[in-house]
Design a protein around this ligand. Structure first.
Ligand code: PAF
Length: 301
C-alpha cells in the first residue's frame, strides 16, 4: 500500500516507521522539508535502533496515496485537512488518530466524499530529540468507520495490526474513543498538574480523585448510550497507569514544554457533553480550569 502519514510527532513517527516495513510511506509535515530521517528506538532496550528515511511533502505522493493517516493533535486536525485537501483523491481513505474527541464534525464537513475512519491507540512513544522516536509502551489500537464509505476499509485494521499489534476493528468506534477519553481525563490533567510520571497515580494520594473522575465520566457515557460503570473505567485507567508507569503523559510533556495541550478535546469534550445532558462534573471542571490556568501563565510570558 501507499500511505501518507500527516504529522511527525511521536505517534506519527512510530506508526510511519512500523508501517514502512511492509508499505511505501510518505510524510506530510508542517515544514516543507523534502525528506525525513527517523531513528526508531524499539521497545526492547537490548534491540538495536532502526534507521528510516522517508520522502516528505510531495504533492504527487499524497495524490498517489491509498490511505492517509492523520496523527496531528485534535486541535490541528482542521488545518491539516485543509492543507492536504487540494491533493486528496476521493477514493483515498482517511484515518484520524488523536487523543480526545470532538474533531468528527469538521472532518465530515471537509471530507464528505472520502472513506473516513477513526483510530485510537494506547501505544506509547516519545521523542527524545528531533531525530529520534522511542517506542515506550505496548497498548491496544482500535479502528472503525466514521461514514458508510469507511466501512469498506475494514482491512485497514489488518494493515495496522501487522505493523504494530494489537489492532482490532470496532463496529462502533465511538465506544473505544470514549473509553480512551476516560483514561485521558484521569491520567493527563493530574500528571500535568502534579508534574509526575503516569505510575505515580497508582499511589493512595490519587485514589479519591481518580474514582471521582471515573464516576463523572461514567455518568456522561451512560447518558450518551454506553452503559458502563465507574468501576470498569477505574479498572481500565489503573491498567494503563501500570502499563505506562515510567512514561510522562502527553499533557505533562505539553505543559513542561509550554505547548498548547489537548485539554479542550479531552476534559473539555466531556464537560460539553455533560452540559448537553445536564450532568454536573465538578471534579473534571476543576481540572480543566487548572490546566487552562497553566497554559495561560506561559501564554502571558
Ligand atoms: O496521552 C497520553 O500520554 C496517552 O494517551 C496515555 C495513554 C495517557 C499514556 O501516557
Amino acid at each position: 500500500m501507499k500511505l501518507t502519514v500527516v504529522g511527525a510527532g511521536a505517534v506519527g513517527r512510530l506508526w510511519g516507521c512500523k508501517l514502512a516495513v511492509h508499505h511505501k510511506v510518505h510524510f506530510w509535515t508542517r515544514d516543507s522539508t523534502p525528506t525525513l530521517a527517523i531513528q526508531l528506538n524499539p521497545l526492547e532496550p537490548q534491540s538495536p535502533h532502526e534507521s528510516y528515511s522517508f520522502s516528505a511533502n510531495q504533492p504527487e505522493a499524497l495524490k498517489d496515496s491509498d490511505c492517509v493517516l492523520i496523527t496531528v493533535k485534535a486541535f490541528q486536525v482542521e488545518q491539516a485537512i485543509r492543507d492536504i485537501q487540494p491533493y486528496l483523491r476521493q477514493e483515498t481513505s482517511v484515518v484520524i488518530m488523536h487523543n480526545g474527541m470532538g474533531s468528527q464534525q469538521v472532518t465530515h464537513q471537509l471530507l464528505p466524499d472520502n472513506p473516513l475512519l477513526y483510530a485510537t491507540t494506547s501505544q506509547a512513544a516519545f521523542r527524545p530529540d528531533s531525530q529520534q522516536v522511542s517506542h515506550t509502551g505496548l497498548g491496544q489500537t482500535w479502528i472503525g468507520a466514521l461514514n458508510t464509505a469507511g466501512k469498506a476499509h475494514h482491512y485497514l485494521s489488518l494493515v495496522l495490526d501487522d505493523a504494530l499489534s494489537p489492532c482490532q476493528w470496532h463496529e462502533d468506534i465511538n465506544l473505544p474513543l470514549w473509553q480512551k477519553l476516560a483514561i485521558n481525563c484521569a491520567i493527563n490533567p493530574l500528571t500535568a498538574i502534579y508534574q509526575c510520571r503516569n505510575g505515580e497515580l497508582a499511589g493512595k494520594a490519587f485514589t479519591h480523585q481518580l474514582n471521582d473522575i471515573c464516576d463523572e465520566v461514567a455518568q456522561v457515557m451512560t447518558a450518551e448510550g454506553y452503559s458502563i460503570n465507574s468501576g470498569e473505567l477505574r479498572q481500565l485507567t489503573s491498567k494503563v497507569i501500570n502499563a505506562t508507569g515510567q512514561n510522562f503523559s502527553s499533557m505533562n510533556q505539553d505543559i513542561c514544554q509550554h505547548r498548547t495541550t489537548e485539554i479542550d478535546y479531552i476534559t473539555g469534550y466531556l464537560i460539553a457533553r455533560a452540559q448537553a445532558h445536564r450532568i454536573a462534573v465538578p471534579v473534571n471542571t476543576r481540572l480543566w480550569q487548572q490546566i487552562k490556568q497553566l497554559e495561560q501563565q506561559y501564554n502571558d510570558q
